[in-house]
Design a protein around this ligand. Structure first.
Ligand SMILES: [Zn+2]
Length: 239
């Protein structure tokens, strides 16, 4: 079986779409031709459909707002945040003024919410940001913040149900960022399919990330990234 690590480098670092398929969320009466632009790993499509059916039985309309993201897409987010074109938030959801920070502090502020290109779990197609479309008011802009997922939050019921479901079936989906270890902020909305994501996570190496960054050559603050790459991987990639 051809499944050695080198075969997967482009999957692990977001440089290919060959492992992906589009996922559709069709309403009654909608045409199957209406393809969504959300891509997921071909072997996660079925487990996700089963999770979605289980959620539907409880009245939730479980959907993905962000599935696969390519290296290039992650680079755009990274570069825009570091150029001030996209806001960077602190732990309390307040905008961070990057100008007042050292270069390494800037990177850490961005890394709290956004992965370094080449190291995002969204590259794999196994990880999704999810929400409940059944509670969505018209014109509501999904923010993906903790307040939406807790207490009286709009998606809190879905997340309470997901928590129960994940503890009942621990061999399927889980939340890789459930606990704040000082790296990536806790993201309740981010779920991962363990049977595929966990092997990917253990195959990803510093060399693979570094090579992807150098090959691309367009990632902002690349010299600071390379200087602190060990620490970035330890604090923000290994979860
Ligand atoms: Zn996510």
């Amino acid at each position: 079986m051809a499944n050695c690590e080198s075969d997967n480098i482009d999957i692990l670092t977001g440089l290919t779409e060959r492992h992906l398929v589009p996922i559709d969320f069709l309403e009654d009466g909608q045409s199957a031709a209406r393809k969504s632009n959300i891509l997921v790993h071909q072997h996660v499509l079925r487990p996700f459909s089963l999770l979605r059916s289980a959620a539907a039985n409880e009245g939730f309309d479980l959907r993905i707002c962000s599935g696969f993201r390519s290296f290039q897409r992650q680079r755009l987010i990274w570069n825009e945040k570091l150029s001030g074109l996209r806001p960077v938030f602190d732990n309390n959801g307040k905008p961070v003024v990057l100008d007042q920070l050292s270069d390494w502090q800037k990177l850490q502020a961005v890394l709290r919410w956004s992965a370094l290109p080449g190291s995002s779990r969204h590259h794999w197609g196994t990880d999704f940001d999810v929400y409940d479309a059944s509670t969505l008011p018209k014109d509501y802009q999904i923010k993906l913040v903790p307040d939406e997922c807790e207490g009286n939050g709009i998606f809190a019921d879905l997340h309470d149900w997901l928590s129960d479901f994940f503890s009942k079936y621990p061999d399927g989906f889980y939340r890789p960022y459930a606990v704040d270890r000082g790296g990536v902020s806790p993201e309740k909305w981010h779920i991962s399919y363990g049977p595929i994501a966990t092997p990917y996570s253990s195959q990803l190496t510093k060399d693979m990330i570094q090579n992807a960054l150098l090959l691309d050559g367009n990632v902002k603050y690349i010299s600071v990234v390379l200087e602190f790459l060990d620490e970035i991987i330890e604090r923000f990639v290994l979860t």
